[in-house]
Design a protein around this ligand. Structure first.
Ligand SMILES: Nc1nc2c(ncn2[C@@H]2O[C@H](COP(=O)(O)O[C@H]3[C@@H](O)[C@H](n4cnc5c(=O)[nH]c(N)nc54)O[C@@H]3COP(=O)(O)O)[C@@H](O)[C@H]2O)c(=O)[nH]1
Length: 555
């Protein structure tokens, strides 16, 4: 342009991009030319008048408070939200899992608790209710019968011939028989009835709301028949029968447990009537049988509470007059009846199996006493213990004897076992095997009550015994009865020819003693010398008769 100065005019097209860029450089966001349709007055806007033309409106977005912060925070917020969502999801899942676990462990605890209750109230072998649960159900059945005016029946079932299965085969086999018996009984009774195991081979059935005696008899007959069916266990055929005692009641009884005792008395009667049959309890059931049942229970209590005592009767050497041994004899002082003779309660214990714990106690006590004597230097060469056939025929008998000797550090020849001849006659083969094992150990063996049973002279040749004890019925008349004297002389002579020692039982008079000494009977036992006495008195007596031992072997 002509003139002293010049002006440089540059023209550029103000398009949207340039306009926005220009706005950005001044911190104005989204600067643009507003469309016609935009509200030209709406702030923020700038109206530019254009020569010869339409005015132009410039518009931009004013910055909002917190926009920048929002711009920074937004991603953090999103991230935070994502993290929160993740954590929440994780927590939710963990909570759900924990809830599920808690639920499961709660169920488990409930199952465990139910299991504990079951174990406490049921027999572990058969799964049948045990005695405490049975008693509860019996009380309830009595109550129901009283309230509804009905009847209940109680049956006590005792297996016949079960013990020989346990003794001759194995406890495993015996257990299987019990399980099978339980199943057979359960198959006979109705859902509301109870079949319980009392222990051993004894079961109780409670029939609540039973219609009449005929219905009870029918069930008893079915029980007898089904139990008597053969059992096949591990290819072995076994048979047992049952003796059933039955009692019916209208529930009006002061002590419901008395029904069990009555059923027991009836069962005992069934046994005596030949077994494999059912017998009803009636008021006419003899007092004696009822008392015997009570006695069995009382004896069990005496065993459990160690209320028995062991007495000893010295056996005197006829030559030296010293105590050669002592026979251990059980004594039971009943809390109400007073002293009960072993001649009365031992046969009961033999039928009930109580003889096993009884004999174990006698054996242990006698061995302990002999150890005490030996330790105190009191000379007692030997202690004799009576053994019943049921025990002798058990497979565990020999180890039991060895364990008692070991426990009390006794030599085998310090123990003598007295066995009656009936066991040898009835079970000769099995008894012989056991006796040989005992003899090989060094345990002394004596035949008790010799002469009263069906004595076969032949078995004396084969039995590994050391001694014969002549029954006191033969000793009774030796000083005035020629026949008794002759029999006695014969037995002594025969024993000596067989190299056996001989003891006379029941020596009460000097005349008897003189006869026995003259005829060289080795040992004498009887009231003439001493009645059975407690351990303390035995110690004094031996101290008096046997001067302190210098035999090192005895100590
Ligand atoms: N299996 C077990 N049997 C046992 C045990 N303890 C005892 N018994 C047996 O009981 C029966 C009776 O015994 P008890 O009443 O003790 O009688 C014994 C003696 O007291 C009695 N005796 C001894 N001397 C005399 C006497 O001079 N006169 C007389 N009238 N009686 C006398 O004899 C019994 C001992 O007999 P025995 O055993 O045959 O030698 C009896 O059969 C005992 O065996 C036990 O723990 N287990």
């Amino acid at each position: 342009m002509p003139g002293p100065g010049s002006v440089l005019v540059m023209v550029d097209r103000l398009g949207p991009a340039k306009l926005a860029a220009a706005g950005e450089s001044f911190g104005i966001s989204q600067l643009r030319v507003a469309n016609d349709s935009d509200d030209a007055n709406a702030p923020p806007a700038l109206r530019l008048d254009v020569m010869n033309g339409e005015p132009i409106t410039l518009r931009w977005e004013p910055p909002q408070p917190g926009d920048t912060m929002l711009m920074w925070l937004f991603p953090i917020l999103i991230l935070g939200l994502l993290v929160f969502a993740y954590i929440t999801r994780f927590n939710l899942r963990a909570t759900l899992a924990a809830a599920r676990k808690a639920d499961a462990s709660h169920n488990e605890a409930r199952r465990f608790q139910a299991e504990l209750v079951f174990q406490a109230t049921h027999d572990s072998l058969t799964g049948l209710p045990n005695r405490p649960l049975l008693e509860e159900r019996l009380k309830q059945a009595c109550l129901d019968a009283q309230q509804a005016g009905g009847h209940l029946a109680v049956m006590l079932i005792d297996l016949d011939g079960f013990k020989p299965i346990n003794d001759n085969f194995s406890h495993y086999l015996g257990d299987q028989v019990l399980v099978e018996v339980a199943k057979r009984m359960l198959a006979i009774v109705r859902p509301g009835d109870t079949v319980a195991r009392m222990g051993g081979d004894e079961f109780i059935v409670i029939l609540p709301g039973v219609a009449n005696e005929h219905a009870v008899s029918t069930i008893a007959e079915r029980l007898l028949a089904d139990i008597a069916d053969p059992y096949q266990i591990d290819t072995i055929d076994l048979r047992v029968t049952a003796s059933v005692g039955v009692v019916m009641s209208d529930g009006d009884i002061e002590q419901p447990l008395q029904l069990i005792r009555q059923a027991d008395a009836a069962m005992y009667q069934a046994k005596q009537e030949g077994r494999n049959n059912a017998s009803w309890y009636t008021r006419g059931l003899s007092q004696q049988e009822y008392e015997m049942t009570q006695l069995r229970n009382d004896l069990q209590h005496a065993i459990d509470t160690h209320a028995l005592e062991l007495h000893y009767q010295p056996q005197v050497d006829s030559g030296t007059r010293k105590v050669a041994g002592a026979e251990a004899l059980l004594r039971w002082s009943h809390p109400v009846r007073g002293p009960v003779s072993p001649a009365y309660f031992i046969p009961i214990a033999e039928t009930t199996g109580q003889i096993i714990p009884l004999t174990l106690w006698v054996l242990d006590t006698a061995c302990r006493h002999l150890r005490e004597l030996t330790d105190a230097g009191i000379a007692l060469p030997c202690i004799a213990v009576n053994i019943s056939s049921t025990h002798l025929l058990r497979a565990s008998f020999v180890p039991t004897i060895q364990a008692a000797l070991d426990k009390h550090r006794l030599r085998a020849d310090q123990l003598e076992l007295e066995i009656t001849e009936t066991v040898l006659m009835d079970h000769a083969d099995r008894a012989l095997d056991t006796l040989h094992q005992l003899k090989n150990m060094g345990v002394k063996l004596a035949i008790d009550d010799f002469g009263v049973g069906f004595s076969s002279m032949n078995y004396l040749k084969v039995l590994p015994i050391n001694k014969i004890k002549i029954d006191r019925s033969f000793i009774k008349g030796i000083d005035h009865n020629a026949q008794d004297a002759a029999i006695c002389q014969g037995i002594i002579s025969m024993a000596h020819h067989l190299n056996l020692r001989i003891t006379a039982e029941g020596v009460e008079r000097e005349g008897q003693r003189d006869f026995l000494v003259k005829n060289q009977c080795d040992e004498l036992q009887g009231y003439l010398f001493a009645k059975p006495m407690n351990f303390t008195d035995l110690c004094s007596l031996i101290n008096q008769l046997n001067p302190a031992s210098t035999d090192a072997d005895l100590i």
